[in-house]
Ligand binder design. Structure first.
Ligand code: NAP
Length: 286
C-alpha cells in the first residue's frame, strides 16, 4: 500500500490523481492534517489517515500496513527539518520498504542564497543514513509560481525582478505529480534520484516574450537590483518575512541554480513536458 503525505496539497493531489487512475484505490492511503479537506479522496476509496509531521504518534499510526511512502516536503516552519526526520523515523519503525521524497533540483546546494532549500538536502542525507531504500525527486521550480513571482499587474507593468539573465527549467506541478506517481507504481526502489525539470530553461526575457505573444500587448522584462525589488514589495504592503522568503529565490535564479535541464521528466511522462508558452496560456487564462 502506498501512502502519500501532503495529500490535500497541490502536488499531493496531482500525484493521487494519477495513482487513482492507474491502480486500485484500496492500495492507496493519504496522510492529511484535516480529514474534511480529503472528503473527495475518501469518496474515491482512498484510505484517509490523519496525522501531522510534528506528531510522531500520529505518523507511526498512519504508517501501519504501508509498504511505500511519498514524503511531500512541508512548508518553511522553524521545525520543518525535524518534521521530515519524524516522518523518516516513523517509516523506519513501521517497516516501510521504500521512502520517496520530494526534494529540489538546484545546481549547487553548497552555494545557495536561499537557506530554506537546505532542509531538502539535509532530509536527503537523513534518509540515506536511515538505511531505508529511497527514491528522490529533485523538482525544479514550479511554472505555476510565475504569476505570484511577477505580480497581479504584470501584463501592465511588465516584469521587474532581480533575476538578471538567470534561467529556470520550469515544469508544471501537475506533470511532476504525474511523473512521481508513475515511479511510485514501479516495483523497484533502488536509491535513484530523478531530476524533474522542463525540457528547456527560460529567462525572464523569454517569459516576457511569451506573455507578449499570448496577450497581444508588449510585456517587457527589466532586471532590477535586489534592494529596489525589496522596496517595491514593501511599498505594496508585502510583509518583511515574506519579502525575505521571496528575494533569495531570485538571487538563486540569477546565479543559475535553477537552469539545469534533465530528460527524466520527459522520459517518465512519455511526452515532452509542457513548454513555457503553453503553460503560461493556462496559468494566465490567455
Ligand atoms: P502545498 O499545496 O502547500 O501542499 C503542502 C502539503 O503539505 C499540504 O497538504 C499540507 O497540509 C502538507 N503539510 C504541511 N505541513 C505539514 C505537517 N506539519 N504535517 C502534515 N502535513 C503537512 O504545496 P505543493 O505545491 O503541493 O508543494 C509541495 C511541497 O513542495 C511544498 O510543501 C514545498 O516544500 C515544496 N515546494 C516546491 C516548489 C517548487 O517550485 N518546486 C514550490 C513551492 C513549494 P494541509 O493541506 O493541511 O495544509
Amino acid at each position: 500500500m502506498i501512502l502519500v503525505t501532503g495529500a490535500t496539497g497541490q502536488l499531493g493531489r496531482a500525484v493521487l490523481q494519477t495513482l487513482i487512475g492507474k491502480t486500485a484505490p484500496n492500495q492507496l492511503a493519504a496522510l492529511v492534517r484535516d480529514a474534511d479537506k480529503a472528503a473527495d479522496l475518501l469518496a474515491q476509496g482512498v484510505d484517509i489517515r490523519v496525522g501531522n509531521y510534528g506528531d510522531c504518534a500520529s505518523l507511526e499510526q498512519a504508517m501501519q500496513g504501508i509498504t511505500k511512502v511519498l514524503l511531500i516536503s512541508g512548508g518553511g516552519e522553524r521545525d520543518a527539518l525535524q518534521q521530515h526526520y519524524n516522518v523518516v523515523d516513523a517509516a523506519q519503525k513501521a517497516g516501510v520498504q521504500c521512502l520517496a521524497y520530494t526534494s529540489r533540483a538546484l545546481k549547487d546546494p553548497s552555494t545557495l542564497a536561499n537557506q530554506l532549500m537546505e532542509r531538502h538536502f539535509q532530509t536527503e542525507e537523513y534518509i540515506k543514513a536511515s538505511g531505508l531504500p529511497y527514491v528522490f525527486f529533485r523538482n525544479i521550480l514550479y511554472m505555476d509560481v510565475l504569476p505570484q513571482f511577477m505580480g497581479p499587474r504584470v501584463l501592465t507593468t511588465g516584469i521587474n525582478l532581480p533575476a538578471g539573465q538567470g534561467k529556470v527549467a520550469y515544469a508544471l506541478r501537475s506533470e511532476m505529480g504525474e511523473a512521481i506517481a508513475k515511479v511510485l507504481l514501479e516495483s523497484s526502489c533502488d536509491n535513484r534520484t530523478y531530476f524533474l525539470t522542463g525540457s528547456q530553461a527560460y529567462s525572464f526575457y523569454d517569459v516576457a516574450t511569451a506573455l507578449s505573444s499570448l496577450s497581444g500587448k508588449p510585456v517587457g522584462y527589466t532586471p532590477v537590483g535586489t534592494a529596489e525589488f525589496e522596496k517595491a514589495l514593501k511599498d505594496r504592503g508585502v510583509p518583511e518575512p515574506v519579502i525575505q522568503r521571496i528575494s533569495p529565490f531570485m538571487t538563486d535564479i540569477k546565479n543559475g541554480q535553477e537552469e539545469d535541464v534533465s530528460s527524466n521528466l520527459e522520459q517518465l511522462l512519455g511526452r515532452k513536458p509542457t513548454a513555457l508558452t503553453e503553460g503560461l496560456r493556462t496559468l494566465f487564462n490567455l
